[in-house]
Design a protein. Sequence first.
Length: 187
Amino acid sequence: MSANAPLRAPPPGRPEPPQDLARRLEALLRLVFPLISTALVLILAATPTGLPALAFALAMPAIGFWTVFRPAGMAPPIVFLLGLLLDLLTMAPLGVHIIALLALHGVAMRLRFWLARQGFVMVWLCFCLGALAATLLAWGLTAILLLALPPWQPIFHTLLLSAGLYPMIATLLSRAHEAMRRAENLP
Protein backbone atom coordinates (compact mmCIF):
# COMPACT_ATOMS: atom_id res chain seq x y z
CA MET A 1 0.00 0.00 0.00
CA SER A 2 1.51 3.33 -1.01
CA ALA A 3 1.70 6.38 1.24
CA ASN A 4 -0.74 8.25 -1.01
CA ALA A 5 -3.42 5.56 -0.96
CA PRO A 6 -6.69 6.67 0.61
CA LEU A 7 -7.59 5.27 4.01
CA ARG A 8 -10.47 2.88 3.91
CA ALA A 9 -13.22 2.77 6.47
CA PRO A 10 -13.56 -0.42 8.44
CA PRO A 11 -16.02 -2.88 6.96
CA PRO A 12 -19.64 -2.38 8.04
CA GLY A 13 -20.69 -4.30 11.10
CA ARG A 14 -17.19 -4.47 12.50
CA PRO A 15 -17.18 -3.83 16.25
CA GLU A 16 -15.53 -0.75 17.61
CA PRO A 17 -12.31 -1.28 19.54
CA PRO A 18 -12.92 -2.06 23.21
CA GLN A 19 -13.05 0.87 25.57
CA ASP A 20 -11.02 0.97 28.71
CA LEU A 21 -12.71 0.36 32.05
CA ALA A 22 -12.82 4.04 33.04
CA ARG A 23 -14.70 5.03 29.87
CA ARG A 24 -17.17 2.17 30.27
CA LEU A 25 -17.80 3.11 33.89
CA GLU A 26 -18.26 6.77 32.95
CA ALA A 27 -20.74 5.83 30.20
CA LEU A 28 -22.66 3.61 32.64
CA LEU A 29 -22.83 6.40 35.21
CA ARG A 30 -24.16 8.82 32.59
CA LEU A 31 -26.79 6.25 31.65
CA VAL A 32 -28.00 5.64 35.22
CA PHE A 33 -27.70 9.26 36.43
CA PRO A 34 -31.38 10.09 35.69
CA LEU A 35 -32.54 7.03 37.66
CA ILE A 36 -30.25 7.54 40.63
CA SER A 37 -30.75 11.29 40.93
CA THR A 38 -34.54 11.02 40.64
CA ALA A 39 -34.69 8.14 43.14
CA LEU A 40 -32.60 10.08 45.66
CA VAL A 41 -34.82 13.14 45.28
CA LEU A 42 -37.92 11.00 45.80
CA ILE A 43 -36.48 9.43 48.94
CA LEU A 44 -35.54 12.84 50.34
CA ALA A 45 -38.92 14.31 49.41
CA ALA A 46 -40.78 11.47 51.12
CA THR A 47 -39.35 12.40 54.51
CA PRO A 48 -41.88 14.06 56.82
CA THR A 49 -42.02 17.60 55.44
CA GLY A 50 -45.65 18.47 55.93
CA LEU A 51 -46.06 18.38 52.14
CA PRO A 52 -47.36 14.91 51.28
CA ALA A 53 -47.60 15.82 47.60
CA LEU A 54 -43.94 16.83 47.30
CA ALA A 55 -42.52 13.49 46.14
CA PHE A 56 -44.99 13.12 43.25
CA ALA A 57 -44.58 16.82 42.41
CA LEU A 58 -40.80 16.35 42.11
CA ALA A 59 -41.04 13.07 40.20
CA MET A 60 -43.07 14.47 37.31
CA PRO A 61 -40.65 17.24 36.22
CA ALA A 62 -37.65 14.92 36.46
CA ILE A 63 -39.30 12.17 34.45
CA GLY A 64 -40.68 14.62 31.91
CA PHE A 65 -37.32 16.35 31.43
CA TRP A 66 -35.20 13.20 31.16
CA THR A 67 -37.73 11.55 28.83
CA VAL A 68 -37.49 14.44 26.38
CA PHE A 69 -33.78 15.19 26.57
CA ARG A 70 -32.16 11.85 27.54
CA PRO A 71 -34.67 9.10 26.76
CA ALA A 72 -32.14 6.27 27.12
CA GLY A 73 -31.71 7.24 30.76
CA MET A 74 -35.46 7.33 31.40
CA ALA A 75 -36.76 4.22 29.67
CA PRO A 76 -40.15 2.74 30.62
CA PRO A 77 -38.69 0.12 33.03
CA ILE A 78 -36.93 2.93 34.90
CA VAL A 79 -40.15 4.95 35.08
CA PHE A 80 -41.90 1.82 36.36
CA LEU A 81 -39.31 1.42 39.12
CA LEU A 82 -39.57 5.08 40.09
CA GLY A 83 -43.36 4.83 40.19
CA LEU A 84 -43.13 1.74 42.36
CA LEU A 85 -40.69 3.51 44.68
CA LEU A 86 -43.05 6.47 44.86
CA ASP A 87 -46.03 4.22 45.65
CA LEU A 88 -44.07 2.52 48.42
CA LEU A 89 -42.68 5.75 49.89
CA THR A 90 -46.02 7.56 49.93
CA MET A 91 -48.09 4.49 50.86
CA ALA A 92 -50.35 5.13 47.88
CA PRO A 93 -52.39 2.27 46.46
CA LEU A 94 -49.91 0.13 44.56
CA GLY A 95 -49.83 1.03 40.88
CA VAL A 96 -51.31 4.53 41.06
CA HIS A 97 -48.06 6.43 40.57
CA ILE A 98 -46.66 3.74 38.28
CA ILE A 99 -49.50 4.20 35.80
CA ALA A 100 -49.61 8.00 36.13
CA LEU A 101 -45.85 8.35 35.58
CA LEU A 102 -45.84 5.85 32.71
CA ALA A 103 -48.64 7.85 31.06
CA LEU A 104 -46.67 11.07 31.45
CA HIS A 105 -43.59 9.30 30.10
CA GLY A 106 -45.54 7.97 27.11
CA VAL A 107 -46.84 11.41 26.17
CA ALA A 108 -43.39 12.96 26.58
CA MET A 109 -41.84 10.21 24.41
CA ARG A 110 -44.46 10.77 21.74
CA LEU A 111 -43.79 14.53 21.67
CA ARG A 112 -40.08 14.56 22.48
CA PHE A 113 -38.77 15.41 19.01
CA TRP A 114 -41.16 18.34 18.79
CA LEU A 115 -40.59 19.45 22.39
CA ALA A 116 -36.79 19.35 22.07
CA ARG A 117 -37.00 22.05 19.38
CA GLN A 118 -39.33 24.33 21.35
CA GLY A 119 -38.46 27.17 23.67
CA PHE A 120 -38.62 26.85 27.43
CA VAL A 121 -42.06 28.45 27.85
CA MET A 122 -43.69 26.05 25.37
CA VAL A 123 -42.02 23.03 27.03
CA TRP A 124 -43.17 24.30 30.43
CA LEU A 125 -46.76 24.76 29.24
CA CYS A 126 -46.78 21.29 27.70
CA PHE A 127 -45.36 19.89 30.93
CA CYS A 128 -48.11 21.62 32.92
CA LEU A 129 -50.75 19.96 30.72
CA GLY A 130 -49.04 16.59 31.11
CA ALA A 131 -48.78 17.07 34.88
CA LEU A 132 -52.47 17.96 35.02
CA ALA A 133 -53.36 14.76 33.17
CA ALA A 134 -51.03 12.66 35.35
CA THR A 135 -52.37 14.08 38.60
CA LEU A 136 -55.98 13.61 37.49
CA LEU A 137 -55.17 10.05 36.44
CA ALA A 138 -53.56 9.35 39.82
CA TRP A 139 -56.58 10.82 41.60
CA GLY A 140 -59.00 8.78 39.50
CA LEU A 141 -57.07 5.55 40.00
CA THR A 142 -56.95 6.18 43.74
CA ALA A 143 -60.72 6.71 43.75
CA ILE A 144 -61.27 3.46 41.87
CA LEU A 145 -58.93 1.44 44.07
CA LEU A 146 -60.27 2.85 47.35
CA LEU A 147 -63.90 2.79 46.20
CA ALA A 148 -64.26 6.33 47.53
CA LEU A 149 -63.58 9.83 46.30
CA PRO A 150 -60.30 11.04 47.80
CA PRO A 151 -59.97 14.73 48.66
CA TRP A 152 -59.04 16.89 45.68
CA GLN A 153 -56.79 19.32 47.60
CA PRO A 154 -53.66 17.11 47.66
CA ILE A 155 -53.83 16.55 43.91
CA PHE A 156 -54.32 20.29 43.37
CA HIS A 157 -51.28 21.00 45.58
CA THR A 158 -49.28 18.41 43.67
CA LEU A 159 -50.11 20.07 40.37
CA LEU A 160 -49.24 23.56 41.63
CA LEU A 161 -45.99 22.37 43.21
CA SER A 162 -44.97 20.47 40.11
CA ALA A 163 -45.73 23.34 37.74
CA GLY A 164 -44.05 25.84 40.05
CA LEU A 165 -40.94 23.75 40.63
CA TYR A 166 -40.46 22.79 36.97
CA PRO A 167 -38.39 25.87 35.99
CA MET A 168 -35.91 25.31 38.83
CA ILE A 169 -35.71 21.56 38.27
CA ALA A 170 -35.38 21.95 34.50
CA THR A 171 -32.56 24.47 34.97
CA LEU A 172 -30.62 22.11 37.23
CA LEU A 173 -31.23 19.11 34.99
CA SER A 174 -30.30 21.11 31.88
CA ARG A 175 -26.91 21.87 33.39
CA ALA A 176 -26.37 18.21 34.25
CA HIS A 177 -27.49 17.18 30.76
CA GLU A 178 -25.11 19.65 29.09
CA ALA A 179 -22.23 18.41 31.24
CA MET A 180 -22.99 14.84 30.21
CA ARG A 181 -23.20 15.84 26.52
CA ARG A 182 -19.82 17.57 26.75
CA ALA A 183 -18.32 14.46 28.37
CA GLU A 184 -19.76 12.26 25.62
CA ASN A 185 -18.21 14.42 22.91
CA LEU A 186 -14.69 14.22 24.34
CA PRO A 187 -12.29 12.13 22.28
